[in-house]
Design a protein around this ligand. Structure first.
Ligand code: SAJ
Length: 433
């Protein structure tokens, strides 16, 4: 639109989602203030640098900072659109209870500067009802403003929920191209948020109400968790029956209506292993499947540890290489990683015999201190280790040819080496013949 004034945007939370979101909104020409509680994060961004490696693959952050479109601060300022992208972890009660305190703290901040005509959009993965709770809090703090769903008159502000659904490893691409669900507290709120997202999202933007959008996000990740649990359960059954689970899955997936996911050492990351609990917490008596899937995926980690230990004990004195610590392939994120958990257990048990290969790590995480385990590269591992335990399907591991694995005992928990000679045919327990 020619001569149009672009809205001033404030993105609250400059983490994995908030920072790239702020950057692509700025790239669309809207001036953005990024708000974060950490001074170091704010200073880093204002220098045009980044504190999260993946975000700046194409210099996007530096570019928008240099053009004066993105600026970071610890102090909120008035804006036209507020986007909240803060963490929603578990409470520390041991019951997987969602902790929405960061969302509510962000809403308090926003309420301080909110004015008639503004829109507040929550992006954080949240239990159903959080957007309404956020609205209630802001309404309490700002009795001078009319809030949607609480008045028969035209409300002063719009409030909506629009979850992100980007895949770590492809954040920038997916932020721009994925379809989005946009849930308004009222249809009018949804339309206002839609007009905003249309500025920088090329995918389809589909409007609904806030509760449906909240549930949609949780359902997407619970769907994936349940389907990975199915694959992991199959892998345990196949182990018992002496079958190659990857071959069985490959064959089954040739059916036109079957699409089984891949088994692995468990499910990691900050989303798939967390979000299903938000559904369970909201409906504890009606979610046996979702709860069981979580249990299956967590138990797979222990199954892998047991198998790895059995393999190592069958090779007394052999040097062991654990391949990978990241929570999934080709990323440098080691948080909530089953690979890291398994490798640490093996390192604690077998000490100096264990070497870790993780091309995305400069040093080993702290739990490896005092275990005796070292960090080596894949070439050294192939030269010096007789037992290989594949925990992450990084490309650099996948391309190791059979000739370099010959004569080694291999436990491939990701199925990256289908040509590995099988002596004892058990899922993942592929011993070189
Ligand atoms: N995994 C398997 N087998 C598979 C697929 C994945 O074991 O067949 C494991 C991975 O190794 C990893 C975990 O699951 O440990 C999660 O990885 P992922 O690639 O499935 O998902 P995330 O956590 O990187 O991102 C997910 C995505 N959600 C869905 O695909 C439904 C992403 O689109 C969301 O935006 C993101 O969660 C989020 O932020 O919620």
């Amino acid at each position: 639109m020619q001569g149009e004034t672009k809205p001033q945007v404030c993105v609250v939370g400059l983490g994995y989602i908030g920072l790239p979101t702020a950057a692509i909104i700025a790239r669309a020409g809207c001036p953005v203030l990024g708000l974060d509680v950490t001074q170091h994060v704010v200073d880093t961004i204002n220098r045009g640098d980044i504190h999260i490696e993946e975000v700046d693959q194409d210099g996007l952050v530096r570019g928008v900072v240099q053009r004066g479109l993105l600026r970071a601060s610890t102090v909120i300022e008035p804006a036209d659109i507020f986007v909240i992208a803060v963490p929603t972890p578990f409470a520390k009660d041991g019951h997987h209870t969602p902790d929405v305190s960061y969302v509510m703290a962000a809403a308090r901040e926003v309420a301080r500067v909110l004015k008639a005509g503004d829109a507040v959009i929550l992006e954080s993965t949240s239990p159903v009802g959080t957007t309404e709770a956020m609205r209630d809090l802001m309404a309490e703090l700002r009795p001078d403003l009319k809030f949607p769903g609480q008045t028969r008159e035209t409300p002063d502000v719009a409030i909506a929920y629009c979850p992100e659904r980007v895949l770590p490893g492809r954040i920038l691409e997916e932020l721009a191209n994925n379809d989005r669900s946009i849930g308004g507290i009222t249809p009018r709120c949804a339309r206002k948020a839609l007009a905003f997202y249309k500025r920088f999202v090329r995918g389809a933007c589909i409007t609904t109400d806030a509760r449906a959008a909240e549930m949609t996000k949780l359902v997407e990740n619970a769907y994936r968790d349940v389907n990975i649990a199915f694959a992991n359960e199959l892998s345990i059954v196949a182990d018992r029956m002496g079958l190659d689970v990857w071959e069985v899955i490959r064959l089954a997936n040739r059916h036109p209506r079957v699409n089984i996911l891949q088994p692995g050492p468990g499910v990691g990351g900050h989303c798939i292993a967390v979000d299903p609990w938000f559904i369970v917490h909201g409906a504890p008596d009606d979610t046996p499947l979702i709860r069981t899937a979580r249990g299956v995926n967590d138990a797979k980690m222990h199954h892998v540890i047991d198998h790895a230990v059995a393999l190592i004990e069958a090779h007394p004195g052999a040097k062991i290489a654990c391949l990978g610590l990241a929570f999934k392939a080709n990323i440098d994120d080691f948080r909530e990683s089953p690979a890291r958990f398994v490798a640490a257990r093996i390192a604690r048990r077998f000490g100096e015999r264990v070497q870790i290969v993780e091309p995305y790590a400069g040093e080993l995480p702290k739990e490896f201190a005092d275990t005796g385990a070292g960090l080596i590269d894949i070439d050294t591992a192939l030269e010096t280790c007789d037992v290989l335990i594949v925990l992450v399907d990084h490309d650099v591991f996948r391309v190791v040819p059979l000739a370099e694995r010959q004569g080694k005992a291999v436990y491939d928990t990701r199925g990256i080496w289908p040509d590995q000679p099988v002596e004892s045919v058990a899922t993942g327990l592929r011993l070189a013949s």
